[in-house]
Design a binder for this molecule. Structure first.
Ligand SMILES: *[C@@H]1O[C@H](CO)[C@@H](O)[C@H](O)[C@H]1NC(C)=O
Ligand SMILES: *[C@@H]1O[C@H](CO)[C@@H](O)[C@H](O)[C@H]1NC(C)=O
Length: 247
């Protein structure tokens, strides 16, 4: 089974009602590669607005979700609330949440378990810092993050992995195509330890300063199955990244 190319747009904590409506209108009008699955992720406050106006074949992701059912958890959003709002995906474990909000590998795995068991797709992020890369620990760091996930989930069919080298996020620095493919292949090899089927079927996205210029080359790599796009997802060029396979 061929892995369907997947492009996610992570708006992070950006946008306003008017700018987000403009992005949605652009996507609604755009000629998008029908072979690419597209998911956009606005801040929580705008999820319903986006879902209401966006063309139905594009799905919407939260940027986070909690691992407990509805209850006394001020400031959090539950999986069932996402489902009630037709929000079918969530990003989890983004490096900004791991580093700024100190989310542990275990918490990220627990959230992933709760979301996927309920049928919500998870764009699960991993990646190393510059210090870790320079110490030659990239594969070790990513494997440890994956191990924490494996300890809690058994169904990988709702998980898309996003490899995001932290040193390449929002810095304009991009891993070379070879650096990206090398880590993606290592992740795929690690997944073989779960099962050959999971290794074969799980999409592995690259994230980290992907733009309309470098996406074509990256998309040709055998283990790069799409992108998680940050800043560029707020711009019209996001359409070119969605259509990377056609370049
Ligand atoms: C969710 O989708 C269903 C089916 O298309 C629709 O009836 C419902 O109104 C939607 N809910 C929201 C909050 O958009
Ligand atoms: C995260 O951990 C760092 C270092 O231990 C600490 O300085 C910071 O206040 C923590 N942040 C939060 C949001 O807990």
């Amino acid at each position: 089974m061929a892995r369907k190319f997947f492009v996610g747009g992570n708006f992070k904590m950006n946008g306003s009602i008017s700018s987000i409506k403009e992005i949605v209108n652009n996507l609604n009008k755009a000629d998008l590669d029908p072979n690419t699955e597209v998911v956009i992720s606005p801040p929580a406050l705008y999820l319903l607005l986006v879902r209401e106006h966006l063309r139905p074949e594009i799905e919407v992701a939260a940027q986070n979700v909690f691992d407990k059912p509805n209850g006394a958890y001020t400031g959090e959003i539950s999986v069932s609330q996402l489902q009630d709002s037709n929000i079918t995906w969530t990003i989890l474990g983004h490096s900004e949440r791991r580093t700024i909000l100190n989310e542990s590998d275990e918490l990220v795995a627990s959230k992933t378990k709760v979301a996927t068991e309920a049928g919500v797709g998870v764009i699960w992020c991993c990646g190393e810092s510059l210090e870790q890369r320079e110490a030659g620990k990239t594969i070790e760091v990513v494997s440890k993050q994956l191990e924490a996930l494996k300890a809690q989930i058994s169904d990988w069919s709702k998980v898309v992995i996003a490899y995001e080298p932290i040193w390449a996020i929002g810095t304009g620095k991009v891993a070379t195509t070879e650096q990206a493919q090398e880590v993606h292949k290592a992740i795929r090899d690690w997944l073989k330890g779960v099962s050959d089927k999971v290794a074969e079927e799980t999409r592995i996205l690259y994230g980290g300063s992907v733009n309309e210029k470098n996406c074509g080359e990256l998309s040709k790599q055998p283990d790069i199955d799409g992108f998680l796009v940050g800043g560029a997802s707020l711009k019209p060029a996001f359409v070119d990244i969605i259509n990377a396979k056609k370049q």
